[in-house]
Design a protein around this ligand. Structure first.
Ligand SMILES: C[S@@+](CC[C@H](N)C(=O)[O-])C[C@H]1O[C@@H](n2cnc3c(N)ncnc32)[C@H](O)[C@@H]1O
Length: 201
């Protein structure tokens, strides 16, 4: 994780749930539905942040949820301590570019509003594919701008420093990585794209 992004999330952590959560609610609900993880299955969630998605997983699912930001993870841990999360969740402080997991150990993987924030999205996706079993589902939800213009791209360096991500063609990247696209929908008040893919069997 870039140092400036880490600093940005230290600032966002205390207010994140109030500022961002309401806009992301629909996407989190639908992404976990699309993941369709069953009791006994193991799921990887990358860039879990304060853990607002975690309450959607059903009991019996094991979720390994990681983030690089200690401040965001602290909020996620508080959420777990309060109760109301049925799944068995383990939090990890980890860089998504270098996953400390063996190959093929997860049934499914998901990344919400973090793939455009990481320094190298392709490296992260390929890491997620490495640790997910063949035929597993990989779901991505991310804010989305149709055909970002030159002005929008000109702001990308500043957006990146603020930890707000950059613009790129997510669908194209997923396909380049060899993922099979199952569905591609628009969700959320802040227009986001929910793309469900499957790893080759
Ligand atoms: C916009 S937040 C999304 C949080 C959560 N998934 C959600 O939907 O509310 C992006 C998260 O990605 C995390 N992140 C950024 N770069 C990362 C990296 N290289 N490894 C792990 N997490 C990272 C940030 O710390 C932050 O918590």
């Amino acid at each position: 994780m870039r140092k400036d992004t880490n600093t940005a999330y230290k600032i966002y952590a205390p207010v994140y749930d109030r500022v961002f959560a309401p806009s992301f609610a629909e996407g989190h609900t639908r992404m976990v539905e699309a993941l369709d993880a069953q009791p006994g299955e193991r799921v990887l969630e990358v860039g879990v942040g304060t853990g607002i998605s975690l309450r959607h997983y059903v009991a019996g699912v094991r979720v390994d949820a990681l983030d690089f930001s200690a401040a965001m993870l602290k909020k996620a841990q508080k959420r777990l301590d309060k109760g109301g999360v049925a799944a068995e969740v383990t939090l990890h402080q980890m860089d998504a570019h270098k996953l400390e997991f063996a190959d093929d150990i997860f049934d499914h993987a998901v990344v919400a509003h973090a793939i455009a924030v990481v320094a190298e999205p392709e490296v992260v996706l390929r890491e997620m594919m490495r640790v997910t079993r063949p035929g597993g589902r990989l779901v991505v939800v991310n804010h989305y701008k149709e055909e970002p213009g030159r002005l929008s791209r000109a702001w990308d360096p500043l957006r990146r420093r603020m930890g707000l991500g950059k613009h790129f063609d997510l669908l194209e990247l997923l396909q380049e990585c060899g993922l099979q696209v199952v569905s591609d929908d628009i969700v959320n008040r802040i227009k986001s794209r929910l793309i469900v893919t499957r790893l080759p069997a």
